[in-house]
Design a protein around this ligand. Structure first.
Ligand code: FE2
Length: 389
């Protein structure tokens, strides 16, 4: 065990864990957790089928022409504690159509659950946040009142603050419950959002680290420098911000100068702005979940055989045979607190931008730094195929 620990610790060179981060975070809002993530997409109806038939999400609510909403269509998809909203525009004008035109499909809103949306807006804008939506009685209907306010963060992404305490409907005013949802894919157990990663331009990482510290009261949990996150060709830097209860974790990446183009720069070139790079979904059955996702046609990054040849030496026993990890393409990493299993999809839309991660944690609060090099080499192979390395 000691040997495994020292191997784990050796993996972490260049990774700086701040064990007091949760205590240092000043949750003056406070944030109870994530309420939902909203994507703005080119075709919400088809995206909803993708999330249902491949990812096992159940459509629970709908808004559109039939519910009196004239400019957009939204589907609310749920699996356990994960709520994803898919919204598309019904005309070429307006912020949704413009967002999709510029960025392709992508994350618009990472929304927080709070008790008091007015104070969340006042406290964050007082500390320097740019307002997106001043406190609003975001609508009432026979289901009650949903309160909402919102601020800007990196790129065109916003953070909404949502208070559902006086609302009893399916999702929000203007939405109706989906009474007989089509059957969602089975065999998946995605439980909650583990972290949401933002890609920002070279030189902007610290600006957004400061933003999450000063405006939202987060603390820095981990700092990965470009010594640890680099390959022969490309590099990046990353800092992980957390709120006080640890339920909201936002790594912020920026490209670092290197011989060839960083994967972060490829994202920025296609998204044309800072944006959300990936969202990690936590499971307690990564083997079953990834098997089901693969059968359903979800595509993952491939890891070379060589990665698995040395894996047992690096991570010790992780409860799953190495052959099974290799068969499914799952990676493993260990640090002084425990281990984790993880896997990354290919980008889920036409542009090489947003993707998902699946993660199973056993004590580790890390992000798989021991896999970064192998992983980034795998990404570079795909970048080269796209003519972008
Ligand atoms: Fe991640």
């Amino acid at each position: 065990m000691t040997e495994t620990l020292s191997r784990g610790a050796a993996n972490q060179a260049g990774a700086h864990l701040n064990k007091d981060a949760y205590a240092q975070a000043q949750d003056f809002l406070p944030l109870k957790g994530l309420d939902h993530v909203e994507f703005w997409v080119g075709n919400a109806r088809q995206a909803a089928h993708y999330f249902r038939a491949l990812w096992g999400f159940t459509p629970i609510a709908y808004a559109g022409l039939e519910t009196g909403i004239r400019d957009r269509t939204s589907y609310v998809m749920r699996q356990n504690d994960i709520t994803i909203v898919l919204t598309g525009a019904l005309s070429p004008e307006g912020e949704i159509a413009e967002h999709v035109h510029r960025h392709g499909d992508g994350v618009h809103d990472i929304a927080f659950a709070v008790d008091d949306v007015r104070s969340a807006w006042v406290e964050t804008t007082k500390r320097g946040a740019r307002s997106y939506l001043e406190f609003a009685e975001a609508g009432s209907d026979e289901d009650g009142t949903l309160r909402r306010s919102a601020i800007h963060t990196y790129g065109e992404v916003i953070h909404s603050f949502i208070d559902r305490s006086d609302f009893h409907g399916a999702f929000a005013p203007g939405f109706r419950k989906v009474k007989k949802p089509a059957r969602a894919a089975g065999g998946l157990s995605l439980l909650e959002i583990d972290h949401c990663v933002g890609n920002v331009a070279l030189g902007d990482m610290d600006k957004y680290v400061d933003y999450y510290r000063d405006v939202l009261g987060f603390a820095q949990l981990i700092h990965y420098d470009d010594k640890v996150i680099h390959t022969e060709y490309s590099a990046l830097m990353s800092k992980v911000m957390t709120n006080g209860n640890g339920r909201v974790k936002f790594p912020i990446n920026e490209p670092a100068p290197a011989k060839k183009k960083s994967q972060i720069q490829e994202f920025l070139d296609y998204y044309l702005d800072a944006g959300t790079q990936h969202i990690a979904l936590r499971t307690e059955d990564i083997v079953g979940t990834v098997r089901a996702l693969r059968e359903n046609g979800v595509e993952f990054l491939g890891m070379p055989h060589a990665y698995y040849e040395t894996l047992a030496d690096r991570v010790g026993d992780v409860g799953v045979p190495i052959e099974t990890l290799e068969e499914l393409g799952i990676e493993a990493d260990r640090d002084e607190e425990g281990y984790l299993l993880q896997i990354f999809t290919r980008p889920i839309q036409d542009r090489p931008t947003f993707f998902f991660e699946i993660i199973e944690r056993h004590g580790s609060r890390g992000f798989g730094v021991g896999n970064f090099k192998a992983l980034f080499e795998a990404i570079e192979i795909e970048q080269a195929r796209r003519g972008n390395l």
